[in-house]
Design a protein around this ligand. Structure first.
Ligand code: CP
Ligand code: NVA
Length: 315
């Protein structure tokens, strides 16, 4: 007699919020990547999963990908989103905003300047809070990126991810996520724009546990050597516009060019969280080349965030 296997229930995450990458356990990240694959290939199966649930989107900074993919994810899972923009805490204390929202919605997705703002929201809200980018982390980006790499290369363990550019939010989240999943991670930044020392030491701990290599240097050629993927981000992030001229000078040797890509593995891919400034951190030729998987990354934001919402709000 044929055995009918019941579909595995969705694993509920153990932490109430995702404000930092490490709020998810390694096992939860693996479950999330598996679930993102299922949701991507059979979206109709999840079309009513969040029926009757409302999620508030709060954006202090502009967004195309994160905002639209969250809104689409929520709607395609049968829920609905309500938006509220502006500087958190300008009109009333963050703790009051949190205690209003928790009475109306079942989750909060927030993009803030200060990491402290999103942590304060989480501290005061009983509804789960998801970090949609802060000055320090971009966990949803990193989840979609490792999902994209796994899709492209089949598995993550043994891959080398090279990051060339600013040691900022995207680099921090990638560093933590890659090392915990068994990837080598190498980053080259100008001295002045190195990653946060506390996050580097967390990533060192994760790399030691996973048996992988973490390399922090100022030399782009060194990091792309042997890399399966070369990643960059804008030189001037949102909120840093006044430093743009200095940054253009400091980062000039860190542009991802065809020559730099030629020093990575022959099958290496180019990655970028977007938006990109062609002619600054990457040449038009590289981002438009067949090695570029930037739009796969953008697409996968939707599927990874659907999996995240399911794991935070169901199970
Ligand atoms: N990559 C990313 O977060 O893009 P947005 O700023 O457009 O959301
Ligand atoms: N580092 C960039 C990422 C944008 C998705 C910024 O914070 O502006």
């Amino acid at each position: 007699m044929a055995t009918v296997l019941a579909a595995r229930p969705i694993v509920k995450v153990s932490a109430p919020d995702l404000v930092r990458d490490l709020d998810l356990t390694n096992d939860e990240v693996h479950c999330l990547l598996d679930l993102a694959g299922k949701v991507k290939h059979a979206p109709a199966k999840y079309a009513r999963s969040l029926a009757g649930k409302y999620i508030s989107l709060i954006f202090e900074k502009p967004s195309l990908r994160t905002r639209l993919t969250f809104e689409l994810a929520i709607k395609q899972l049968g829920g609905d989103a309500v938006a509220c923009d502006g500087a958190l805490g300008a009109r009333e204390p963050i703790k009051d905003i949190a205690r209003n929202l928790e009475r109306w919605v079942q989750a909060i997705v927030a993009r803030t300047f200060a990491q402290g703002a999103i942590e304060e929201l989480a501290q005061w809200s009983s509804a789960p809070v998801i970090n949609a980018l802060s000055d320090v982390f971009h966990p949803c980006q990193a989840l979609a990126d490792v999902f994209t790499l796994r899709e492209h290369f089949g598995e993550l363990r043994g891959l080398k991810l090279a990051f060339v550019g600013d040691g900022n939010n995207v680099a921090h989240s990638l560093m933590l996520t890659a090392t915990r999943l068994g990837m080598d991670f190498a980053i080259a930044t100008p001295r002045k724009y190195a990653p946060n020392a506390g996050i580097v030491s967390q990533a060192e701990g994760l790399a030691a546990i996973s048996g992988t290599r973490l390399e922090i240097t100022h030399n782009p050629e060194q990091v792309v050597d042997g890399a399966h993927a070369v990643y960059t981000d804008v030189w001037t992030s949102m909120g840093q516009e006044k430093q743009a001229a200095d940054r253009r000078k400091q980062f000039a040797p860190y542009q991802v060019t065809g020559d730099l890509m030629a020093q990575a593995r022959p099958n290496a891919v180019f990655m970028h969280c977007l938006p990109a400034k062609r002619g600054e951190e990457v040449t038009d030729q590289v981002i438009e080349s067949s090695r570029s998987i930037v739009f796969d990354q953008a697409e996968n934001r939707l599927h990874a965030q659907k999996a995240l919402l399911l794991m935070m709000m169901m199970g």
